[in-house]
Write a new protein. Structure first.
Length: 81
């Protein structure tokens, strides 16, 4: 997430206990590798150029602990009826 996105989340949800962190999807910290039980990716990857998507998908998928869950929301309004 970008610094702007983190600041927006902290402003919008000031009482949240979430630890918002600035991170680069192409350079996720090694200590995050398989460190999370649930990972939810929502529309970040689809906004990226096609030539980096595969790398980012692999990077985000590496966050999920073995046997745990990754969810994604990739809805697109132009395909809704």
């Amino acid at each position: 997430m970008s610094p702007t996105a983190v600041a927006w989340c902290q402003e919008r949800f000031p009482d949240s206990t979430v630890n918002y962190v600035v991170a680069d999807l192409l350079a996720i910290p090694l200590q995050w590798h398989q460190a999370f039980h649930k990972v939810f990716e929502c529309r970040n990857i689809q906004a990226l150029p096609l030539n980096v998507r595969s790398c980012v998908i692999s990077s985000v998928a590496s966050l999920v602990a073995l046997g745990d869950t990754m969810l994604g929301d990739y809805s697109c309004s132009r395909y809704r009826s």
